[in-house]
Write a protein that binds this ligand. Sequence first.
Ligand SMILES: [Ca+2]
Length: 260
Amino acid sequence: MEKLVHWFLVFTGFSSAFGQISRCYPRLCQRSDLDNGFVSSLYHTSHLYVFCLTDMHKKAFVLPKESDNSFVTLTAQLKKPLTAFTVCLYTYTDVSRDYSLFSYATRKQPNEILLYWSKTRGYVFGVGGDEVIFPSPEVTATPVHVCASWESASGIAELWVDGKPKVRRSLKKGFSVGTEAIIVLGQEQDSFGGGFDKNQSLVGDIGDVNMWDSVLSPEQISTLYAGGPVSPNVLNWQALKYEAHGEVFTRAQLWPEALS
Ligand SMILES: [Ca+2]
């Protein structure tokens, strides 16, 4: 599929409105983006920033080496606190210890949203610092599709693994997820944008990371797992704002094309 690249121009005067987030985001397009074909042109004056949105369709981030300093930060499109969400992603790893799948931190709470594989407990799903466990047999070295959703009104948390639902749990009823966040793939945040531990790092591939500000229906999860169209409005793998740090590479996805 043709590589689509979009870019927005925003006056620097707006950047102060992003508060602390502007320290890391938005990502300024760099010369390497041009070389990699991510942007068709490069625009930067003293008054303008260029936002890069990359179409990651059929691509994955590859973190081939264990570390505490290789990771990817994602920028979400969020204007108001979340009272519901769904996040879905694919991972492919054969590490036999704990690892983080999705780490969304705010200044107040490093585990504002956390998706984590625990060797002894199964899938750990955290919201607002609390967590629920979805017991699961040890993951074999095949690509795994995971979706997690949460709804404030009921507190209901759902986890879907390879299109199959676990028994629902409940946490943080009435809570709202903060918007000023740093989202990290590959490492688990113990503080806002840091506090990484190599023993919680993901070694392998991660991709198709999408996020919605609603709870997807069982039908929508099935469609998504079958490779159907997705219209995510918080994180969009096909129009992704990201910044890679350390040894992270973008390569073709290894999971079945029919499921991507
Ligand atoms: Ca940690």
